[in-house]
Design a protein around this ligand. Structure first.
Ligand code: FE2
Length: 505
């Protein structure tokens, strides 16, 4: 079993990159970890420094003008063979990165990378700073360097292959809870840990709540709560850095068993610069430590899962901003025509009832639920003197009113809604016999969601009281709709409407 990678303090890092902004960014990231960074803008000055100073790790760009990254690597290996070198490469120069491992680099980082990945690679390099053979070393057998390079390459390929599998596994899930569970399951397998758990940070009530747990015999861990102020959680969250240690049994309450020191890993997942989740792995008293390779993979896994969660949070933010903007538009419409808003929500509810009575797939119900309240949003573009007119439209006014479906679809088009969601807005005034608008579609040419919405829309119009007429009773409204079965409305939709909950009072 390999020794575990423990936090490395007082690490002195040489950073060589010709790009000022890259050096600045990397220095900031590495310094935040408490490491001392000395940066150099060219290979020549770095080699000079390397001959008189000691460094724990060298981080160098492959592509540099003048003395290139590869030239630098050769010289660095001669001047300081014990110092591990990590090369940074852009995507097109991956071959060069592989080449760099052949010539003695311990690892490479492929741009773009996250701060967490950088940290993992640096920790791994510093932890593995076993003296590598120097070129021309007479004490070692000829062929040792290629052998070591071959092993490093094999390890790197294996690591990249596992990381690729991890990425693919995470790509398969999109719900937050599924990502938690998958991250926990993969981490447990990689680390060969006896127990694994996921805790979510709840800042509002100062608690960590267990959302997923594995390996706990007959104990329901889900929902167990811990205080954010208690160690070791407080330190992990404050440092935003993983903690791996031999814990006295029972030190984390029910999360680790009693009975003696056991290996525990707590790794925070950072989303929008805030630690929001802690992944925990634990062995049993006297159990094996997590190997450095496994730890590297687990930390890569949490970095990838964090990115995935961050993307979900970003999409949700964008989506809720869009919904907020649409609600503002609806409110603006409601201020002019108070009937519309209540009508929109009622019609949506009715359409959902009919869709359920038809046993439609959930996607149909979801499309109606989302787009229903927006179906008349195009009326925002209709002038007050027409919108608020109580009947008696001229031909021109009627055409302007009809244009609300096309205007509505135009308003929503940039939002990339589903086809079925846009169909609710665009086609809710089409008729089964082809006499509707805007396109005069007939029968099943009209999307199902719009055929359902059409019945619900008419039913609500008849059963609502308007300033200029009383509401019709449910029975009268039902008879009117049944009369239009096969002309205005899809017969199957009318049949479902008749047996739906809508007519049961
Ligand atoms: Fe409409």
């Amino acid at each position: 079993m390999q020794a575990a990678v423990l936090p490395i303090e007082n690490l002195r890092i040489m950073l060589v990159d010709d790009d000022d902004s890259v050096r600045e960014a990397l220095t900031e990231i590495l310094s935040r970890r408490g490491w001392l960074v000395e940066d150099f803008s060219n290979a020549e000055s770095a080699i000079t420094a390397l001959k008189r100073e000691n460094y724990g790790v060298i981080l160098a760009d492959v592509n540099m003008p003048g003395l290139s990254g590869m030239d630098f690597l050769h010289l660095a290996r001669e001047s300081a063979p014990d110092v591990p070198v990590v090369m940074i490469t852009g995507y097109p120069s991956i071959d060069l990165a592989v080449e760099s491992i052949k010539f003695g680099a311990v690892d490479f980082l492929q741009k773009p990378f996250k701060a967490e990945e950088l940290e993992i690679v640096i920790r791994k390099a510093a932890g593995n700073s076993v003296r590598a053979p120097r070129p021309g070393d007479k004490t070692r057998a000829i062929g040792t360097l290629p052998e070591m390079a071959r092993r490093r390459l094999e390890d790197k390929i294996k690591e990249l292959s596992i990381l690729h599998t991890i990425s693919e596994s995470l790509d398969e899930v999109s719900e937050r809870d599924d990502i938690f569970r998958k991250t926990m399951d993969i981490a447990q397998i990689i680390a060969d840990a006896d127990m694994a758990f996921i805790m979510v940070v709840e800042h509002d009530n100062g608690k960590l709540v267990v959302k997923a747990a594995s390996g706990y015999d007959n104990r329901d861990m889900i929902g167990a709560e811990f205080s954010l102020a208690d160690e070791p959680f407080r330190s992990v969250l404050a440092k935003r850095c993983y903690s791996y240690y031999m814990a006295p049994g029972g030190s984390l309450g029910t999360l680790v068993p009693e009975g003696g020191p056991l290996p525990v890993l707590l790794a925070p997942m950072i989303i929008n610069r805030e630690p929001v989740v802690i992944l925990g792995l634990a062995g049993r008293p006297g159990g094996n430590e997590i190997s450095s390779d496994a730890l590297t993979l687990v930390l890569n896994l949490t970095a990838k899962a964090s990115l995935k969660l961050e993307n979900i949070a970003l999409s949700e933010n964008i989506f809720s901003s869009i919904i907020g903007a649409l609600n503002s538009l609806l409110n603006a419409l409601d201020a002019r025509d108070t009937y519309t808003k209540d009508h929109s929500h009622r019609v949506t509810k009715y359409a959902v009832e009919i869709a359920k009575a038809m046993e439609c797939p959930q996607e149909v119900v979801d499309s109606i639920s989302f787009a229903g309240p927006l179906h008349d949003i195009g009326k925002i573009g209709v002038r007050d003197d027409i919108l608020l007119k109580k009947g008696g439209f001229t031909e021109e006014e009627r055409e302007i009113m009809k244009s609300h479906v096309v205007r509505g679809e135009e308003i929503l088009r940039p939002l990339n809604l589903l086809v079925s969601e846009r169909a609710v807005v665009l086609y809710h005034h089409e008729r089964w016999d082809g006499g509707g608008y805007p396109k005069g579609l007939a029968g099943c040419e009209i999307p199902l969601v719009a055929r359902i919405f059409s019945v619900a829309d008419t039913f609500d119009a008849m059963t609502s009281t308007r300033p200029y007429r009383q509401a019709l009773s449910l029975d009268v409204a039902k008879d009117e709709i049944v009369k239009c079965r096969g002309t205005q409305f899809d017969p199957e939709v009318v049949d479902a409407f008749v047996v739906s909950e809508l007519l049961k009072g």
